[in-house]
Design a protein around this ligand. Structure first.
Ligand SMILES: [Zn+2]
Length: 329
């Protein structure tokens, strides 16, 4: 059959690159490694058993006394990095428990460091799981006070660094927070403690299950300090500002609905870039799979692949342990 065009330019036969498995593997453009994945964990004080989170099937709040066992399990599975969230039972208007060296987050970090000194230990730093109102800082009438919250972030940073965190991940979305934390760490001699900033954090509807996980008391919203999901230029500016302020790596959160933003930032900065596949992204996949609508193992790989393909170097994902245990990559 003659398929040559009139001017003798043959059309491209891309199927040559898909002809058999070894050819497809040879030319695969994006790879996901287990070492690219960062596992988020919730550690709750005064808890006696692994507490399931109903909106996040397969994810648990971990009691402090079982944390060592869990960490050993992660290391054996091949997990390289974790990000720790503390769930405190000591709440107040400011979240002052976060700058107490005996708070749940500090104790959890010390346990992690002791059990697995080689693991990359990242501490989330915020106040929303430690305040009675659920906001990410000091509430001043109805507004979160940016500069007062930054002073508290500086205090928190010193405590978390001294508890063994390799990296601090400020998620409070206060203007100027990265620079303030960097100065505070340096003033106290924590030159080696890095900052992985949630530099572009949207006010997304995908955080619902996380709020169940952390017993969030938030009744209003965070639209005065998180980014409007409709804004692209503002989202890029937020990350560029954090580069200037001294961040060591950046996070775009959430990931799946904002792959264009990951690409935009990738093209503009040379820092490591992380996509956070958040609780709602996890839960949508879990519940759709349970309903038989999609094939879970394949969609996990595809969703992680899309975040890397967009330009992320690493991914914070609740699927990390499942991927490790079942060799899903
Ligand atoms: Zn927060």
């Amino acid at each position: 059959m003659e398929l040559i065009t009139n001017n003798h330019v043959q059309f491209s036969r891309l199927r040559r690159l898909r002809s058999k498995k070894k050819v497809r593997v040879l030319f695969q453009e994006t790879e996901i490694k287990l070492s690219d994945l960062i596992l988020p964990i919730f550690v709750e004080e005064d808890l006696n058993h692994m507490a399931p989170i109903s909106t996040m099937p397969g994810i648990f709040r971990i009691p402090e006394k079982l944390l060592s066992y869990e960490i050993e399990k992660y290391v054996k599975s091949g997990i390289c990095s974790i990000i720790v969230f503390g769930i405190s039972h000591h709440l107040d208007n400011e979240g002052s428990n976060t700058w107490n060296s005996n708070s749940i987050i500090s104790r959890a970090l010390r346990i992690c460091k002791n059990v697995a000194p080689e693991i990359v230990l990242i501490s989330d730093m915020c106040f929303c799981a430690y305040t009675t109102h659920g906001h990410c800082g000091v509430l001043d009438k109805k507004n979160v006070n940016n500069d007062q919250t930054i002073l508290n972030l500086e205090r928190q940073a010193i405590i978390l660094a001294s508890s063994g965190a390799d990296f601090l991940a400020p998620s409070a979305s206060m203007d100027g927070q990265v620079q303030a934390i960097r100065f505070a760490l340096d003033r106290s001699g924590f030159y080696e403690t890095g900052i992985i900033s949630y530099s572009t954090k949207f006010k997304s509807a995908l955080y619902g299950p996380f709020r169940e996980a952390t017993y969030s008391n938030l009744t209003e919203n965070r639209s005065t300090y998180q980014i409007n999901p409709m804004n692209r230029r503002e989202a890029i500016r937020e990350s560029l500002i954090d580069v200037e302020e001294g961040a060591d790596a950046l996070i775009v959160k959430p990931a799946s609905n904002f792959l264009d933003i990951i690409r935009d930032i990738r093209e503009r900065v040379y820092l490591p870039l992380i996509g956070y596949q958040v609780s709602g992204e996890y839960s949508m996949i879990k519940f759709a799979s349970k309903a038989g609508a999609i094939e879970e193992k394949k969609i996990i790989r595809e969703s992680l692949g899309s975040i890397k393909r967009a330009g992320a170097d690493a991914i914070i994902t609740y699927f990390a342990l499942e991927v490790a245990k079942n060799s899903l990559l």
